[in-house]
Design a protein. Structure first.
Length: 134
């Protein structure tokens, strides 16, 4: 999803009238939000998470999109896209196999697991770690 669409969806779902009001809600400057809207910068992971919640979207999906968009290496970006696609497929298959109306729980946690990332400053690589917390 494009960041501009994410911003607009977060605003419309919460009756937020302006970018300034959205910036205040996210505890960022209006200038930062404007840079996201123009495509100059991407939101930090914690802001992407909050935007996803406001937009009514799965934070893991939005964070995965941000990670893909932020990666400069085409090879790593392609790998992240494959990982994201594989996880989406696995989730769809798992949920499809469940009886109607049920949800997948592992250790009391919803199937949509949390995605944590670390960025090595020396190597500028992103490593994804999928965790299911009990």
């Amino acid at each position: 999803m494009k960041i501009v669409n994410l911003l607009d969806l977060a605003k419309s779902n919460n009756q937020i009238e302006s970018d300034n009001a959205l910036a205040k809600r996210l505890h960022v400057s209006q200038a930062a939000l404007w840079k996201w809207r123009k495509g100059d910068f991407l939101p930090k992971i914690e802001h992407a998470h909050d935007l996803a919640i406001l937009a009514g979207l799965d934070p893991a999906e939005v964070i995965a999109d941000i990670l893909v968009m932020s990666e400069k290496s085409p090879e790593v970006r392609k790998t992240l896209e494959r990982l994201k696609s594989g996880l989406a497929t696995a989730a769809a298959v798992a949920l499809w196999l469940l009886p109607g109306g049920s949800s997948l729980q592992v250790g009391g946690i919803s199937f949509a697991s949390n995605i944590h990332y670390t960025q090595s400053r020396r190597r500028n690589r992103i490593a994804l770690f999928l965790h299911i917390f009990e």
